[in-house]
Design a binder for this molecule. Sequence first.
Ligand SMILES: Cc1cc2nc3c(=O)[nH]c(=O)nc-3n(C[C@H](O)[C@H](O)[C@H](O)COP(=O)(O)OP(=O)(O)OC[C@H]3O[C@@H](n4cnc5c(N)ncnc54)[C@H](O)[C@@H]3O)c2cc1C
Length: 455
Amino acid sequence: MRVAVIGGGVSGLSAAYWLLEAAGAGTDLELHLFEKRDAVGGLCQTVGMEGGFRFDFGPHNIHSVDPWFNSFMEDLLGEEYRTRVYKPRVVFRDRFIPYPMKGLDILGGVSPLTSAACAASFLWSRIESLFTEWRDDTFEDFIRNRFGRKLYDIYFGPFTEKTWGVPGSMISADFGRQRIGVFTLWDLFKRTFLGMKPKAVEAEEDPFLNSRCFYPDRGSGTIIDTLRRACESDPRFVLHSPEPVEGITPAGGGYVLRTAKCRFDADLVMSSISLEDLCRMLGLPDPGLVYISTRFLLLTLDQESVFGSTPWVYFADDRTAFNRVSEPRNMSPEMSPEGRTSLCIEFTTTGSDRISAASGGDLLDLALAGLSRYGLLGRGPVIDWKVVDWENTYPLRTLDYRKATGRALASLAPFRNLFTHGRLGRFEYYNMDHCMTEARSLAGTVAESLAGGRH
Ligand SMILES: Cc1cc2nc3c(=O)[nH]c(=O)nc-3n(C[C@H](O)[C@H](O)[C@H](O)COP(=O)(O)OP(=O)(O)OC[C@H]3O[C@@H](n4cnc5c(N)ncnc54)[C@H](O)[C@@H]3O)c2cc1C
């Protein structure tokens, strides 16, 4: 049985790892993993720069509260799977405020008049909800209905538009439902103005409202390196990297994969590349899914610290061109050499804007101009820099994303022995733990059918 795994991010690598494990050493299995880039790991890689600096693509910490997952990771990484407390911040009207922001922090940053308008519009939204049923068509509706128009206009709206490159009116309310669960009026009040967790969320221990996470000493790439080593120690595993898959054709119950270097006959395919790319390769109609891309500017600095102990800062302002800046050594001191620090600066792009057209030097200028505005960094301490461009970093939940995802999955459904998984393969807002757990379950299903002689 020849299995092809397309995409060597954490999803593809985990699928390979668990299929090798679940299929048992005696099974007739040949597993080939195809990765487009010259290293596996996708977005979970940790890359190095000269001088002993290490970077994740945005700090990749693990928020899982699943006991099985955490104990698996402890077995995999040992002591490196370390609990950390992290306290990110967001820049709002020139102030560095703890994130997620509390209403009182927002109100403290605006004039008494704006503050009164926020409180009044919050109350008005509550009164309105007594007489009319909420219509949550868009993310903007979702927020305005719960937090009031004014808070949306001064904080949620600009932050969303800066992060996703489109206004909240073009984003599905699902995004709010997933990220901002609110319950009773009292919960809402506590959440909005005091930053306290609603009871129901407390019960579930919502990891996003928790400031505890797991983070390996030498970055998320440690997970990738460990999975890769385990796969490579198995003679049934073959890694093709860098080797993008350029075409897939159904043939005799399986598939022929085409790359610049080979034609590969696979009995079964597991794909974690984008649904758009997979549909295109199979000659299916474009489902119309939208992805956001990110340009990561990595800076090494001859300076001890930029943000103190803060691991990352969201820039929700209109004075900077970037969205988030992280300082890796504030997640783990092993990410940079003693006495020196580094920054990873994230620029979001929709693919046809000034950020996508900017040269690396332009991005550096934009970064330094933005950071110096806040007195954080000038050009002097910069030792070295590089830009890493990454497409399809975020699935964008546009208003019709559910229909578009449904269309893509429905058009793929008739293809037997072809499975899609992962953040891009399911068009889901997955984190690493979701990707790994899903890959394990998929590998288990595939191994069962292998054992039963079924495809
Ligand atoms: C800025 C940022 C910060 C994040 N922070 C966190 C965090 O703190 N915690 C967390 O848990 N998650 C975080 N995530 C989410 C996490 O990165 C993803 O859930 C995870 O990396 C997705 O893994 P994947 O393998 O599904 O996709 P990817 O990592 O995108 O992997 C897909 C792979 O497919 C390859 N590929 C594409 N086309 C082809 C082709 N034609 N042929 C062969 N290979 C191909 C790509 O090169 C890539 O390696 C973050 C994401 C971003 C963008």
